[in-house]
Write a protein that binds this ligand. Structure first.
Ligand code: DX5
Ligand code: ZN
Length: 215
């Protein structure tokens, strides 16, 4: 069954604790938490302090997506703040291999993410070290953008590569996910659907999540 990870980027930031409870009660499996530094991407969002403040509000899995340069500087802080999965970008500056190793040492699940224009081959060297591959289907930085159509093909290719390792690697997709694109990504082999604007604009998020779990 698909794992549904609403992206808190589309929540009302003035009441993030309540919004986290809302997605938990709606049947979300994970909370997708977008961290942006104004350098790797043009936008700035939240840091470890906000994640730490959210942690007591739900037992849901915290899926932390680091859109930051030189991420190794901050993985210890995000781990202490309560992250379960910590995903870094293959395009980011700094020691990405070291960041993944450190996330593992901290007892958390490391993930690697790639942008829409980054070839699948870029993540190949990391496949035997990560628990998650996050496929971006928009250029990261902002919610509400249009799904990039090369997503499902990349997902199929990564599915084959991940399965060939013999290890359990989850594939997640992020950007422009709605009922239609989510279903297509699931058919291509995705395990996790991270979705912001589409899920948060639903009057009945629980009903929508229930439909996704029937894919
Ligand atoms: C974008 C973020 C996404 C964002 C997706 O850079 O990584 O997680 O919340 O938003 P939607 O689902 O609206 O494309
Ligand atoms: Zn994200």
């Amino acid at each position: 069954m698909v794992i549904v990870a609403p992206s808190m980027l589309s929540a009302d930031f003035s009441k993030l604790g309540d919004e986290l409870k809302h997605i938990t009660e709606a049947g979300a499996d994970w909370a997708h938490l977008d961290v942006m530094d104004g350098m790797f991407v043009p936008n700035i969002t939240i840091g470890p302090l906000v994640i730490e403040a959210l942690r007591p509000h739900s037992d849901i899995v915290f899926d932390v997506h680091l859109m930051i340069q030189d991420p190794i500087r901050y993985v210890d802080q995000f781990s202490s703040a309560g992250a379960d999965y910590i995903t870094v970008h293959v395009e980011a500056d700094g020691d990405i291999d070291g960041a993944i190793k450190r996330i593992r040492e901290l007892g958390k699940h490391p993930g690697i993410s790639l942008n829409p224009d980054t070839p699948v081959s870029a993540i190949e060297p990391f496949l035997d070290k990560v628990d998650l591959v996050l496929v971006m289907t928009v250029q990261p930085g902002f919610g509400g953008q249009k799904f990039r159509e090369n997503g499902p093909e990349k997902i199929s290719e990564i599915r084959r590569m991940a399965d060939a390792t013999g290890r359990k690697i989850l594939i997640s997709v992020d950007g422009g996910i709605n009922r239609d694109t989510g279903r297509r990504c699931h058919e291509a082999g995705v395990d996790v659907l991270a979705a912001g604007s589409y899920l948060f604009k639903q009057k009945d998020m629980a009903a929508e999540i229930a439909i996704w779990k029937e894919f």
